[in-house]
Design a protein around this ligand. Structure first.
Ligand code: HEC
Ligand code: HEC
Length: 503
């Protein structure tokens, strides 16, 4: 395909100064039009320069920030390519139609932005005016509208809008104030502290895989508890001959029939449903979903899978620096707790909030390993860089490791019918979400997976399912006790001036 514009032709030499110049966001383009994002050298080149001292970690973070914040254009491969009427699955990446055939945007199933920064924008919603920055949360207008084929906007009760075959019959199309909808609706969380979360998840996965290997070689009838870092994921029963039976909760797809135990026992902290095992894993999907930008590590080198005339749309090196940016985002902080907030924290523990919102975890290592390619079941495979998280502001723990004050357990929980989604294509139950990490929660309204709670009180009040008892206990507190608990939550702040050191 000779018409392909191969992005690699613009590769720049791996020289620190030139790289930083190119990475500055908002730099004017040449009079000639071209990609908004300049290619960066290969991962090997970057690592060589890092070794030689020509680049340092902040240079790589700056390059990552450029990938995160540059509005990709069609020369970069933005968009899905021309629509193919022969296509059968028009809801998947690379083959989506566009609104009014404008060629570029769809909004209701991705093709909804040009840069990551368009949605992860708000550092604090509590300041007036709001504090803006890179890698923050989004407001409701920044929600992603994920894979619907039906939005009954006018709440119609005739047959103008019908569900796809296979719809949930408990969701009749009636005139009831419910705009029936079979996709997902998700509010953007922030990326702060992501390195600590990823390290913790990888250590937990390694532990679960180790327990699985032990269970496979144990005599039939042996029961192995799946407990790691204080979180209980269920148990494995050894059946003899290397076979096992899993009895798990909060991990793996809803239906684990036929799924290898190794694949089930992968901790997936990212995404509100807990679907991605690393930030890079999430980013691969984000690139395709939001932008129609196809990572080389997904579609292969020199391949124009979406037929938009651009190959190598985002390279391994670009995804790597993006990942480095992700995991070095500063961590949220806990402000000094006065006596009232201390009492609020005690109540938080007493009434059962901390059963899911575990206040703090300690990792074994201080360094988060970054790999390419990534193997979900073996976080130690193909590691190209280990980043010391003390540099990202994590407190070192005595004897090694760092403290991750995340207020979560990296596990999914059933949150009851009130919070359940009506998604038709999911592998995870509609009422299950990964425990929201409460660090930073003082600043990040709106709350819950779709941003339906505009205040902290409402977010708590809307808990159901496994959290019903804790929620009811909160509602039964005196107003003064409730206020103290909320006062404690308001001490959980986002980092100060995140990423401003890179500007
Ligand atoms: C249209 C808005 C939008 C854009 C653009 C966007 N995101 Fe997001 N992001 C979201 C939403 C919404 C979620 C939650 C998704 C979910 O729960 O399934 C999210 C979640 C994430 C997460 C998981 C965070 C966590 O702690 O669970 C990461 C990482 C992330 N985004 C990175 C990116 C990157 C990198 C880009 C650019 C390639 C990007 N996002 C572009 C809206 C957006
Ligand atoms: C059974 C586990 C569980 C228990 C117990 C629990 N939560 Fe949650 N919490 C969650 C999950 C899961 C979410 C995310 C729900 C969603 O995405 O819609 C969440 C979300 C939140 C949020 C919103 C955070 C955000 O950024 O959107 C707050 C605030 C919160 N919980 C506070 C509490 C408090 C206070 C208690 C005790 C009264 C409590 N939770 C008990 C699991 C739990």
């Amino acid at each position: 395909m000779t018409h392909l514009r191969s992005k690699t032709r613009k590769a720049v030499p791996a020289c620190a100064v030139a790289l930083l110049m190119l990475a500055l966001p908002g730099m004017a383009q040449d009079a000639d039009e071209g990609p908004a994002h300049d290619d960066i050298p290969t991962l090997d080149d970057l690592l060589d320069d890092l070794d030689a001292g020509d680049l340092d970690l902040d240079d790589l973070r700056t390059l990552g920030l450029a990938v995160f914040s540059t509005p990709f254009n069609t020369y970069d491969g933005l968009g899905d390519g021309p629509f193919d009427p022969a296509e059968t699955d028009t809801a998947t990446f690379g083959h989506r139609p566009t609104l009014q055939g404008n060629g570029l945007s769809l909004r209701v199933n991705g093709l909804d932005a040009q840069s990551c920064n368009e949605c992860h924008t708000i550092v604090s919603n509590r300041t007036k005016p709001p504090t803006l920055g890179f890698a923050g949360v989004g407001g409701i207008v920044q929600n992603a509208i994920i894979m619907p084929s039906l939005i009954d906007v006018a709440d119609s009760f005739d047959d103008r809008v019908v569900f796809q075959p296979g719809h949930d019959p408990s969701l009749p199309l009636v005139f009831d104030g419910v705009a029936d909808y079979n996709g997902r609706f998700a509010n953007p969380p922030f990326l702060f502290g992501g390195g600590g979360v990823e390290l913790l998840g990888k250590e937990m996965t390694a532990d679960l895989q180790y327990l699985l290997a032990e269970a496979r070689s144990a005599p039939a009838g042996t029961v192995t508890l799946l407990k790691t870092h204080g979180v209980d994921f269920g148990s494995i029963t050894s059946l003899g001959g290397g076979d096992v039976e899993l009895d798990v909760e909060g991990i793996g797809p809803e239906d684990i029939t036929g799924v290898p135990a190794e694949e089930v026992l992968v901790v997936r902290p990212f995404g509100r449903k807990g679907e991605s095992f690393t930030m890079r894993d999430f980013d691969r999907g984000a690139m395709q979903f939001h932008f129609g930008i196809q990572p080389v590590e997904v579609v292969g080198e020199d391949l124009d899978e979406d037929g938009d005339g651009v190959d190598n749309e985002v390279s391994v090196a670009e995804m790597s620096v993006l990942h480095i940016f992700d995991v070095t985002n500063a961590r949220p902080r806990v402000r000094h707790l006065g006596p009232a907030a201390v009492q609020g924290f005690e109540t938080f523990v007493d009434i059962g909030c901390a059963e899911c919102h575990h206040p703090v975890k300690k990792t074994r290592s201080r360094k988060v390993p970054l790999a390419h390619p990534e193997d979900p079941i073996d976080p130690s495979a193909d590691v190209y860089l280990r980043i010391n998280l003390v540099r990202a502001g994590f407190d070192p723990a005595p004897g090694g490791g760092v403290f991750v004050p995340l207020f979560a357990d990296l596990k999914r929980h059933k949150m009851g019918p009130g919070l359940a989604e009506t998604f038709e294509r999911g592998e995870i139950a509609n009422d299950e979400f990964t425990t929201a990490r409460l660090w930073g929660v003082a600043d990040t309204a709106p709350y819950l997976h779709d941003g339906r709670a505009t205040t902290l009180f409402q977010a708590i009040e809307l808990h159901g399912g496994e959290a019903q008892t804790a929620r009811d206990a909160f509602m039964a507190l005196s107003v003064s006790q409730q206020k103290k608990l909320l006062r404690f939550l308001r001490k959980l702040k986002v980092p100060k001036k995140p990423n401003e050191d890179l500007l």
